[in-house]
Design a protein around this ligand. Structure first.
Ligand code: COA
Length: 247
């Protein structure tokens, strides 16, 4: 397990998974994705664990994919980020997200695959895929129009402007806004409530809730990933990465 992903069991039946690279605003590099995949698999396999909480260290969720890792990509083939998206979108046990600070790129799209999500008043969300010369990922091009409506989805995915937790509630990305610094406590509370319920009934209900969209989500993740892999090598993306790293 990498030290950029921490796992703890803060309450009975609850596995907390913390993205922990505060000096990079918890940007997800390849090792971090691998750590997240392993952490989800371990929670899924552990009979004592009934719910997961996903959060970020130091009052920041995550600044998204590590841009230096984007720069290092040399071919458009499968990336570990896609494996992570498959893992989080097909997990059988419930996942509750706790967001403070930044949730950028995949930091926002992963919320589409969490069962519950809470964010503090200071949370800032952003889907800057077009800004970065890329394209949507994480099945966001399918799920966001469904949840938020097509106009809102186009606004968030095409313009890529930052938005706050009230819009995140409206767009169906989170359940509720908490006072700043209290998202994790709320998420742990809800995860504990889920962990206390009959576990087979909880996982059955999750699978029934997801059933109608399962195939479309998998197909969209695969299609977006193909385009995303090509976009990573594009001149538009290379220029955007260079501009970020030169700031
Ligand atoms: N990849 C790599 N490094 C990142 C990063 C990322 N996604 N996000 C932040 N960092 C680094 C910064 O380069 C900076 O490094 P430095 O201390 O060596 O200069 C450090 O983390 C702190 O970030 P900083 O930008 O100074 O913090 P901030 O509070 O001013 O802004 C963000 C935070 C998240 C708004 C800003 O860092 C950002 O926009 N990051 C890129 C997000 C992004 O585009 N992700 C990919 C989407 S597809």
């Amino acid at each position: 397990m990498t030290d950029t992903i921490l796992t703890t069991t803060p309450a009975a039946g609850v596995r907390q998974i913390t993205m922990n690279r505060p000096e990079r605003k918890n940007a997800l590099d390849r090792a971090s994705y691998r750590g997240l995949i392993d952490a989800i698999a371990m929670a899924e396999a552990d009979n004592a664990i009934r719910a997961m909480v996903l959060t970020g260290a130091d009052q920041c969720f995550t600044s998204g994919n590590d841009i230096e890792d984007f720069v290092a990509v040399t071919d458009s083939g499968p990336r570990v980020a896609m494996e992570f998206l498959t893992a989080i979108s097909t997990a059988k046990k419930p996942i509750v997200a706790a967001v403070e600070g930044f949730a950028v790129g995949i930091g926002t799209t992963m919320l589409l695959h969490c069962d519950l999500a809470f964010a503090g008043t200071g949370a800032r969300f952003r889907l800057p895929f077009v800004t970065m010369g890329l394209c949507p990922e994480g099945a966001s091009s399918y799920l966001l129009p469904l949840l938020a409506g097509s106009k809102r989805a186009s606004e968030l995915l095409m313009l890529g402007e930052a938005f706050g937790p009230d819009i995140a509630v409206d767009a169906g990305l989170i359940n509720a806004v908490t006072p700043q610094g209290e998202a994790l406590a709320r998420a742990l509370d809800k995860a504990s409530a889920l962990a206390a319920l009959p576990p087979q009934s909880v996982t059955l209900t999750k699978s029934l809730l997801k059933r109608g969209a399962t195939e479309a989500i998998a197909e969209t993740i695969a299609t977006e990933s193909r385009h995303f892999g090509e976009r990573l090598l594009s001149a538009e993306a290379k220029a955007a990465f260079a501009a970020f790293l030169k700031r």
